[in-house]
Design a protein around this ligand. Structure first.
Ligand code: PAF
Length: 285
């Protein structure tokens, strides 16, 4: 596995793999990796990518003032060992000045799908995500890029951006990977200590309560949202930000007659801001 820090070197690696006739996969990350990230590498391979690259870059433009940019967990050595074991061929580790050189003044803004949910609570966040992902895709030039579904709205923003800009890359979503007790894996779980770790499970428990009610045949979004909300509010250590039911494809609050919906939640538990979601589908009983 090679590590490269300059966009030209990353571009050259990808270009060489393409010239060999290989399908190139790409897994962008902010590091402090866990099994969720290595599952993205595995999925890229399962999608026929003979060469997979990953990037590690804690992107300053997607953090708002007072957010955790400075203290975002970092462990380059461990990350590289994990990516090497996962069979990654190249890791792109740019610094901020490689990604945002002096005089940088271009940003990518996806409107509709960036609004509401995390977009309402973290103004400017998805502009930072869309900008860095567009730049990373243009540098790494993959055939396929894989993103986790835990960041469900982020995935929708990236899909819209790729479609609207006509970027020549397939975007794949990967299922959420969970701890044995159900907590969605996240680099920010590192912030959860003691009682906060136990309390963090209320997001998943809320989603499970909505799923259980859905499985009894209930399709009224407010009822499903209310049962999830009640579960999360019953945990005194959690500060709920939102629970909402949205269309799984468009993220619109108006749901299709099929009854398919995604319930998305965000809450703060101690120093960690956590998000999770579940897509509910199937015929009413
Ligand atoms: O999901 C993440 O880790 C980041 O938002 C991403 C997509 C790597 C962009 O910085």
């Amino acid at each position: 596995m090679v590590t490269v820090r300059h966009p030209e070197s990353m571009r050259a690696w990808s270009g060489a793999r393409r010239a060999e006739g290989k399908r190139v996969g790409f897994v962008p990350t902010m590091g402090y990796l866990h099994e969720g990230h290595t599952s993205l590498v595995r999925i890229a391979k399962e999608m026929g990518c003979e060469a997979v690259a990953a990037s590690i870059f804690v992107n300053p433009t997607q953090f708002g003032p007072g957010e955790d940019y400075e203290k975002y967990p970092r462990n380059e050595e461990r990350d590289l060992a994990m990516l090497s074991a996962a069979g990654v061929g190249a890791v792109f580790l740019p610094g901020a000045k490689e990604m945002y050189p002096e005089g940088h003044q271009t940003h990518v803004e996806v409107t509709g799908v960036s609004q509401g949910l995390c977009g309402a609570i973290r103004p400017g966040h998805f502009r930072g995500v869309a900008t860095v992902v567009a730049k990373l895709l243009l540098i790494a030039r993959p055939h396929v890029a894989v993103f986790g579904e835990k960041d469900y709205q982020q995935l929708a923003v990236i899909r819209a951006m790729v479609r609207d800009l006509g970027l020549d890359v397939e975007i794949a979503g990967a299922p959420i990977v969970r701890e044995p007790d159900g907590l969605a894996m996240s680099s920010r779980n590192k912030y959860l200590e003691g009682e906060d770790r136990r309390a963090a499970l209320c997001l998943y428990n809320g989603l499970c309560a909505a799923r259980d009610l859905y499985e009894t045949g209930v399709r009224v979004p407010e009822k499903l949202v209310n049962v999830a909300r009640a579960k999360i509010l019953s945990e005194p250590r959690a500060k709920l930000e939102y629970v909402e039911a949205r269309d799984p494809e468009t993220l619109s609050p108006s749901l299709s007659a099929s009854g398919r919906m995604t319930i998305l939640v965000a809450a703060r538990v101690g120093p960690a801001r956590l998000i999770d979601n579940i897509t509910l589908e199937g015929k009413a009983a």
